[in-house]
Design a protein around this ligand. Structure first.
Ligand code: HEC
Ligand code: HEC
Length: 391
């Protein structure tokens, strides 16, 4: 494999450093072998999100086309004025305020995440209460504060404006789809087919990481002279960002309590979201899934055990979001409280908020960082370089 075949100036440098310092009390040169492996995973985002067998229309181009029309259709909402695109529009496919406005002037409870690259995620919503992108769409559709809709409104709109293309895809008309839940699930599947295609990959960051890895094979001097050196080193070492924001999506697909200020009734995050997701008829193992015995579905029951055993980890925990396209998607965190990337870095620098400001127990990885001005700047610069190009 690539790692094993790598020529060894790096290894020699490593040996030399440990020899000179007695490997004691000194900082290991960056990147170590383990860190190099993690670096290699960072720049390999596939052009398309992984296959989702729970939606048999996920990669159907007719479904994507109808999904696009529905994503922008305000008449799917109960109030007639709110579409998915109202809160997931513009370059960043989100809003630039902490909360977004749904039907009748209601504000959302949390910051809308971007729908860019959404189907690379394992979980959806900040608290993970949806396990597939298609079932996720049912939540804003039926949420009274967002689109305030229901199966009857949706079916009537489909009949009015999209009956032919709907029938072409599903083999029956919206009116013949008598189960209201099936109508909602079908619309979700169309939304997913569209959303899966809206990705931004290939960021300057990817180029920087590739060049940086190539420098490792040349010399440690070349590594340290690389413009990305300080940013990456801070991301890996002092900042510990790589612990959670890892892999090609820059997310571990897990949930953590990092101490973001939140004392609202829903502040318990993943801990209160999981049981409803497991009981939900729309989940990957439920009757509306197109692959009820697939891996996604069979993993769900195991999570019931997590719920019993891991309260401390789950309470106040939120999904590690992707950092791709992060410069386009502010403000930040599930509360939208942090306005700029500088604010985010300062939040981590101080080790999150004090315990009284949020629910649950902060994970031990989040501690005061004591970043220098240069380290702070280099991290911000690194985050800014993660904006990809539209596919
Ligand atoms: C009124 C604003 C609003 C509308 C309308 C809206 N959303 Fe959202 N969206 C949000 C908010 C807020 C969240 C985060 C909610 C949470 O985590 O509790 C979200 C989350 C999402 C996510 C999860 C992304 C992730 O990474 O977890 C996706 C995907 C999404 N919305 C797609 C849609 C689709 C599709 C529609 C239309 C059916 C839609 N949204 C309508 C505000 C909105
Ligand atoms: C222990 C895991 C963990 C570590 C370590 C970590 N993060 Fe995060 N990050 C998260 C989670 C979880 C969230 C969402 C938290 C929330 O909203 O409550 C987040 C949110 C963010 C956001 C906001 C994303 C958005 O869409 O709003 C940015 C930017 C970010 N992190 C960057 C960093 C940087 C830079 C570092 C290193 C200094 C870092 N993170 C370290 C887990 C982590």
């Amino acid at each position: 494999m690539k790692k094993a075949n790598r020529p060894s100036p790096h290894l020699l440098a490593l040996a030399l450093v440990s020899l000179l310092t007695g490997a004691c009390g000194s900082e290991e040169i960056f990147p170590s072998f383990d860190e190099l492996a993690l670096l290699q995973e960072l720049h390999t985002l596939t052009k398309r999100p992984p296959v989702d067998s729970t939606n048999r229309f996920a990669d159907d181009s007719r479904a994507a086309e109808l999904g696009l029309a529905l994503f922008n259709d305000k008449k799917l909402s109960g109030c007639g004025t709110v579409a998915c695109a109202s809160c997931h529009g513009g370059e960043g496919k989100t809003v630039d305020t902490a909360f977004a406005e749904g039907c009748d002037g209601h504000l959302t409870a949390r910051n809308p995440p971007t729908t860019l690259n959404a189907d690379y995620n394992r979980w959806f919503m900040w608290d993970g209460r949806a396990d597939r992108l298609w079932n996720q769409a049912i939540l804003p559709l039926t949420n009274p504060y967002e689109m305030n809709s229901n199966a009857d409104i949706v079916r009537a709109r489909l009949t009015e404006a999209y009956a032919t293309s709907y029938q072409d895809i599903f083999g029956k008309t919206p009116e013949e789809t008598v189960d209201g839940n099936e109508v909602l699930a079908n619309v979700g599947k169309l939304m997913q087919a569209y959303e899966r295609k809206i990705n931004r990959t290939n960021a300057p960051f990817d180029e920087d990481v590739r060049r940086f890895i190539a420098a490792v094979d040349v010399s440690q001097a070349q590594v340290e002279a690389d413009p990305a050196f300080l940013g990456l080193k801070t991301y890996f070492r002092k900042g510990q960002c790589i612990v959670c924001h890892k892999g090609a999506t820059m997310s571990d697909n897990l949930f953590h309590n990092i101490g973001v200020k939140d004392t609202t009734p829903s502040a318990a995050g993943q801990y209160v979201a999981m049981q409803p997701m497991l009981d939900w008829p729309f989940n990957a193992a439920g009757r509306y899934s197109d692959n009820r015995t697939g891996l996604d579905a069979t993993r769900l029951p195991a999570m019931q055990l997590d719920l019993q055993n891991k309260r401390t980890e789950m309470e106040g925990a939120y999904k590690t979001p992707t950092l791709r396209n992060i410069a386009l998607t502010g403000p930040y965190m599930h509360t939208g409280e942090l306005v700029t990337l500088g604010d985010v870095v300062d939040f981590y620098d101080k080790g999150g908020e004090p315990a009284s400001a949020f629910t649950g127990v902060k994970t031990s990885t989040i501690v005061e960082l004591k970043l220098t001005t240069e380290e702070r700047q280099s991290l911000i610069h690194l985050l800014e370089s993660m904006t990809g190009t539209q596919q």
